[in-house]
Design a protein around this ligand. Structure first.
Ligand code: FAD
Length: 516
């Protein structure tokens, strides 16, 4: 590392922080990184891309970016940082695809490990009675899907958007409309390979090193860097029937969702979303949905009412269309949606799972993707969901908001309580996601407006004591995190002390400040 580069970096850092001082590693520390023997390499300049994320509200420049050429590069780097001891403030953040909302994959003045550098041709699909794929931690789920489909197989549990990394979603939970049946993505992993905060590369599973295995699942990157995950697979369908129906009454919508997730023979994917005071309701964020009766669909107006859209799919292959249609009709006949609002379309499994990317391409073309995203994701116990809906939809949220509002139930029995994920203490709970974009600097489309509404919703939950937990929580103090973990804080803290005692990893989560 040339000294001039170090000075340049320090200047940039101070400029970016608007004069706010912060710890910058000294030249010796940066030089020592440059001297490590690696298969990949460090960058000490052009690091600004690693100071951005999808949330677009938080930016901290790292001192260096590691582009690992191997798992051993990550272990060597973390071991080196560990060897600097308590007096060093240097931290290490694994960065998946940088789709965090509030700087969780950033490391101010530290090292960002660009996990995507470890992608490539290392996806290995294994057939047999219980098929699985071994995927690098920095691999995008869309690539896992494409590769496994070549073998007629696919993972069981998904997120709505697939341009996220394996290690990134497994560090949170990974929830979508399949979770009611298979559990979240963290419930569908057989084995992990992890580099701990001491720089040890460890293989772990429910049988071996199980404490680390469960700690890392939903562990917010606190215990180790996931370099490989063994993900359970199932036979993949070729096609899905993708259905949307509308309700004007929340109680019927929620009861039908709950009935469907508990039924034996049911849909393969069940989600829902809330539509507030919006006309042209099918013309929303998820524009990849093209119903077979577009005239009827585009004519349906919500007339300013709050509507609830149930979104369902049923998998099928060309030789099972008749059976699928019979099953779908039987299931739909049990639901209480507005009969004129049945919209459906048939798409390939890949098209369905990659549906949000279709919207991404359109939003990018309009300059509406790389805007701030003041999202709020809540887990609400079933016993409070009616109270929550009554207060939030139509009272706190009166106008259409800039982005979808997801609302669907999942069942706790499919979540392993040994993982680090925090969920409400009830058998059925709802994921409610307010996925706002803030394209303007003031008014309705601003960050300020969205944050104000988010705060009102959170305050209501706290005052009404409804047992809400945040998902992808943006807490900034240990006090808030302790309240979030509740009785599970002790285990979380003990695991941190065991696997990352110097608090080197994932500083952007702001749970354990590094001593210096
Ligand atoms: P990053 O944001 O880069 O990292 C997330 C955290 O994990 C950071 O703390 C980072 O340090 C740590 N980390 C990253 N890689 C590793 C690793 N290999 N080992 C250990 N720690 C690591 N989530 C859902 O559950 N369901 C959804 O349906 C869903 N839909 C989404 C749709 C969109 C458009 C977006 C932007 C996000 C969505 N998410 C969803 C949220 C998603 O799970 C998070 O953004 C998550 O952070 C994954 O993003 P990433 O892979 O880019 O990880």
């Amino acid at each position: 590392m040339k000294p001039s580069l170090v000075h340049c970096f320090k200047l940039l850092l101070l400029l970016a922080l608007g004069g706010v001082t912060m710890h910058v590693p000294d030249e010796d520390v940066l030089s020592s990184l440059g001297a490590l023997h690696l298969d990949g390499h460090f960058s000490f300049h052009d690091v600004s891309a690693m100071a951005r994320d999808f949330g677009n509200q938080c930016s901290s420049l790292p001192a260096a970016v590691l582009h690992p050429g191997s798992v051993s590069d990550i272990a060597t780097t973390v071991r080196h940082v560990f060897s600097l001891g308590e007096s060093s403030a240097l931290t290490v953040a694994a960065r998946g695809h940088g789709h965090s909302l509030m700087g969780q994959s950033q490391a101010a003045g530290g090292i960002v490990v660009r996990m995507e550098s470890l992608r490539g041709d290392r996806l290995q699909v294994h057939h047999g009675m219980s098929p699985f794929v071994d995927a690098p931690g920095g691999e995008l789920w869309i690539n896992v899907l494409r590769e496994t489909l070549k073998h007629g197989l696919a993972p069981k549990s998904w997120t709505d958007y697939l341009h996220l990394t394996v290690g990134g979603t497994l560090s949170n939970a990974g929830v979508s409309g399949q979770a009611f049946r298979h559990g979240p993505q963290v419930s569908n992993v057989n084995q992990l390979e992890i580099v701990t905060g001491r720089g040890d590369a460890v293989t772990c599973s429910p049988e071996d090193n199980s404490d680390l295995f469960y700690a890392a699942l939903g562990g917010l990157g606190q215990f180790g860097i996931i370099t490989r995950a063994r993900i359970a697979l199932e036979p993949a369908p070729k096609m899905v029937r993708w259905i949307r129906v509308l309700y004007s009454d929340f109680a019927s919508f929620a009861e039908d969702q709950e009935m469907l997730i508990m039924a034996e023979n049911t849909f393969d994917y069940i989600e829902g979303f809330v539509i507030i005071n919006r006309t042209g309701i099918l013309n929303n964020w998820r524009t990849s949905f093209k119903p077979q009766d577009p005239v009827q669909a585009s004519h349906f107006q919500s007339d300013g009412k709050v509507l609830y859209c149930l979104e369902l799919t049923k998998n099928f292959n060309s030789d099972s269309i008749d059976i699928m249609e019979q099953e779908v009709s039987a299931l739909l006949s049990r639901l209480r949606f507005i009969r004129s609002t049945l919209f459906h379309t048939d798409v390939t499994y890949l098209e369905f799972l990659d549906r949000v990317h279709t919207s991404e391409v359109k939003l990018r073309a309009q300059g509406l993707w790389e805007v701030p995203h003041p999202w709020l994701n809540l887990l609400i116990p079933r016993s409070s969901i009616h109270k929550f809906a009554k207060e939030v939809f139509g009272k706190i949220l009166k106008d259409s908001n800039n982005g979808p509002i997801l609302l669907y139930p999942v069942n706790k029995s499919k979540w392993n309580n040994r993982t680090s994920v925090v969920i409400p203490d009830e058998e059925i709970f709802y994921l409610v996601g307010f996925l706002s974009s803030a394209p303007s600097h003031s008014g309705h489309g601003s960050v300020e407006h969205a944050m104000n509404l988010n705060n009102q919703i959170v305050e209501f939950c706290e005052e009404a004591d409804i047992g809400m937990k945040q998902y992808l929580a943006p807490y900034t103090t240990q006090k808030q995190w302790k309240a979030h973990f509740g009785a599970r804080w002790e285990t979380f803290e003990r695991r941190k002390h065991t696997y990352d005692p110097l608090a080197i990893l994932a500083p952007g989560q702001r749970i354990f400040p590094k001593a210096s």
